[in-house]
Design a protein around this ligand. Sequence first.
Ligand code: NAD
Length: 311
Amino acid sequence: MTAKLLDGRALGRTIRDRVTREVASLADRIPPIKLVSVDVGENPASALYIRNQRRSAEGVGIAFQHVHLDAASPEDEIARFLLELNEDESVTGIVLQRPLPPGLNTRRLQSKIHPDKDVEGLNPANMGFIVIGEPKLVPCTALASIRLLLSTGRSPRGMDAVVIGHSEIVGKPIAFLLLNLEATVTVCHVATQDLAEHTRDKDAVFVAVGKPGLVTGDMLKPGAIVVDIGINQVPRLDDAGRPLFDESGSPRQKVVGDVDFESASQVAGHLTPVPGGVGPVTVATLLSNAVTAARLQHREELGEVTFEQIV
Ligand code: NAD
């Protein structure tokens, strides 16, 4: 293997340590920072995610409140509740857990969260701030991906970069952040005809699709920085390529990204592993976004938020 691994767990720890120091230093200037996580209906995946959010928030000194709403809650009632949280000065940041029960309009509800409390960066106003080059609250995975790029020490200015995937939550914000950093950016998506043609000469490759093995070593420029955002469950195989089963007879699974790690690691200069790459940095970025939210809500005491504070 020639690629240097970009260790997301280590970078996640560095971000959490920084957030811990910032929370402590802001404590005597502004009210305590508090995240409120709202989930609607029953969802085992959300329950685990919320437990982890609580642990990571409390670990850096951020208060955490979980509010559970009934699956049958009408949309206008949920919207009213979010507007109340917007008005509540003790609440710094609001997370609306997805997926919402069928029948509820996720985007409409997310847009109710005040842009300054939108710690997941999903309000269209926050996307607009990224587009005009004044990012405030940035979607966590997009900011995490840029942080991993910057952690290589190489300047994005003048880099040729490609972003594969153009979702609102990941691909598009990464592309605009790269433009803000003066990289030359190509964006590929499901209708792109020849993906390799767009990746082969790029200094940095971001992949957020959800297709294991989409990007292979022969599609990369030697020395490229590769940030693999994809999360895919695939069957675990034995040495002969046969699926493995657990004691209950269920197929064993493992998590992989969108990049074929074996071949890519022979060509790339830097590569994020999956798991242990973008994921832990994304979790830590929700916490740093909570600090950014606090700074935005207390601009008068603390001054305008700068890009250096965000990234
Ligand atoms: P999405 O389904 O909203 O978007 C997928 C994108 O991939 C679309 O832009 C689509 O056009 C593009 N695409 C589909 N097939 C393609 C192909 N063959 N070639 C090129 N592009 C293609 O997904 P998303 O929410 O952006 O998530 C993408 C991946 O990132 C998923 O695997 C998801 O689990 C993962 N993800 C990871 C994190 C994290 O913290 N690591 C966070 C969010 C999402």
